[in-house]
Structure formats: structure tokens, C-alpha cells
Ligand binder design. Structure first.
Ligand SMILES: [Zn+2]
Length: 148
């Protein structure tokens, strides 16, 4: 059983190479070390890690499921619509606001998905460096309105 070795490799890839990666991207990276690894094995490995709470599944809005290593502190994502770069951020007010909205609706918040989409302002203040290569097509490109 080589699953244990694959798990370590997956975590290393997500830590060192590609912070938000699809199963296909993880598969490609794994094949450098494990040339014969099959896609089904990668799916299984990623699922085990997700169920163990080690990986988090992400939907960044382009229809491709991605995974990242779970952090101690939750963060959310801003996707740069021009570059497709992904900027991570943490703001305690997000969870507080969503918790109060859920409570107003009679619910206890147990989770949420939040993606921001934007373009960097021309002031030189926006456009924080994106986390390493996790570029995704912008929603405009996905909707067939490239250049809009
Ligand atoms: Zn992230």
C-alpha cells in the first residue's frame, strides 16, 4: 500500500508548488515522483485527506474543484478578474456578519462559501501578489465574454 507515501507527496505539492490545485494538477505533479500513479488513486488519496480534515475542497467559481491544505485560521479568497490570480485574506468580521445573518434567519451558521471577484485599483494599492500558481479563468472568460 503506497497511499501513505502519496499522502505526503500531495501535502508537499500543495504546500510548496501549488496552493490551490485541482485533482488533475495534483496528478500531474505526482507523476514526476510516481510516474505510474493513476488518477483514480489521486482521487482516493485526496478524498481520504479531505475526510481527515487535512485538505479543504474549494470552489473558486470556474467549475473546477480545487484543494488546499487546511490552515489553523480560516481564510477566504479574492479572484483577480484580469489575471485570474487568487488572493487569500482573513477578516474576522466576515464570520461575525454571516453568523448574525444566519441567526436572524433562525439558523446556527455551520459553514459558508465566499469568493470575492475584483480588479485591482489603479492606485497601486490593489493587486496584492496572488498566492502561487493558482490561476483560474475569470468569470467573464467563463461566460464567453472575454474582454468585456
Ligand atoms: Zn486558499
Amino acid at each position: 500500500m503506497r497511499i501513505g507515501r502519496y499522502r505526503r507527496s500531495v501535502l508537499r505539492i500543495l504546500a510548496d508548488e501549488q496552493r490551490h490545485a485541482s485533482v488533475d494538477q495534483i496528478h500531474q505533479a505526482l507523476r514526476r515522483e510516481h510516474p505510474k500513479i493513476r488518477l483514480a488513486t489521486v482521487y482516493r488519496t485526496v478524498k481520504i485527506l479531505e475526510e481527515a480534515g487535512v485538505l479543504i475542497r474549494l470552489d473558486l467559481g470556474d467549475g473546477v474543484m480545487r484543494y488546499e491544505a487546511a490552515d489553523d485560521i480560516r481564510h477566504d479568497h479574492l479572484i483577480d478578474q484580469h489575471t485570474g490570480g487568487v488572493v487569500e485574506f482573513h477578516d474576522e468580521r466576515v464570520q461575525a456578519l454571516l453568523t448574525s445573518i444566519a441567526a436572524r434567519l433562525g439558523y446556527t451558521l455551520t459553514g459558508y462559501n465566499l469568493n470575492l471577484y475584483g480588479s485591482a485599483q489603479a492606485t497601486g494599492q490593489g493587486g496584492l501578489p496572488a498566492t502561487r500558481p493558482s490561476r483560474i479563468p475569470s468569470p467573464a472568460i467563463l461566460a464567453g465574454r472575454a474582454g468585456a
